[in-house]
Design a protein around this ligand. Sequence first.
Ligand code: ADP
Ligand code: DP6
Length: 321
Amino acid sequence: MKNKISARAHTNIALIKYWGKQNKDLIIPYNNSLSLTLDHFYTDTTVTFDDTLTEDTFFLNTKQKKDKKVSAFLDVVRNQAQKNIYAKVESVNHVPTSAGLASSASAYAALALAASQAIGLNLNRRDLSRLARRGSGSASRSIFGGLVEWEKGHNDEDSFAVPMEETIDWDIQMIAIMINSHEKAIDSRSGMQHSVDTSPFYNDWVKSSERDLIDMKKAILEKNLEKVGQIAENNAMKMHATTLSANPSFTYFNPDSIRAMDAIRDLRQEGITCYFTMDAGPNVKIICSKAETPYILKKLSPLFGEKNLLVAKPGPGATLI
Ligand code: ADP
Ligand code: DP6
């Protein structure tokens, strides 16, 4: 048997963050999260299950890599399909890897779709989301396009993402300020676990995110960009407060991240509707309208360089290619 399938999935940036697991093995989070899938950043992955292989192999951007997470994920797929057969995985990231731009989200959504199809499982999108979650929590959301909520659930069956608005008919998009595209020192997985284990503010983060989610969903239904931005920015900073209050403390901010946040606050003073969010890396994402994007780009280009400002519109869900 030799079966080769390719899939594409886009990254997503959370407006309400996922930051901590109740169950590390099954990847069940402490709180629901909500994100926007982006068209600009994506991963293409080809999976070939081949019964002549004696082990899994993984190539990222054409270089062979040892990656225990990929094999552990393929074990979940093999277990579901009840087939004992190894795979070759070839993946290309059209997004910087491990830089806080959600490469693990697009990666595991693409891998879940390609691997499940290649092994002969024909999963619906809910089950694909559950499967992608086993690779990386945020990947559960990248199965869907547009605005997506990951319902935390309690177990493997009921923890999956659902689309809130797959087609977005109002003016919201993002600009990523590429401050540093190198791999970060502390990956999301260990950063969030250290925050859960040591930040005295962790429980407050969870409670506060639950309230933020209710307000965020209301703001989305009202198509109110200002409210969406305000809630998202505040939610992101509360997430980062759990890293600053961890013991020992750590941060994903670097001096340029602070400079970017200040520049966005300055633009707000000028009356522009723009807010920032940050993930597990120094790059800053601006939540703004398409209409005001040219002005924001004009103001930020002298500070960060035109080529470092990447505009991303709402993007689609995972598909076979
Ligand atoms: P990011 O901010 O890019 O999402 P994370 O620390 O959350 O950073 O995830 C990075 C990890 O995701 C990598 O260390 C690797 O394990 C995994 N990853 C990234 N791209 C791929 C890919 N195309 N295929 C498989 N795994 C990937
Ligand atoms: C800050 O989904 O990469 O981007 O489940 O351990 O693979 P694992 O973590 P991951 O964490 C994402 C964290 C975040 C916030 C978010 O995307 O919601």
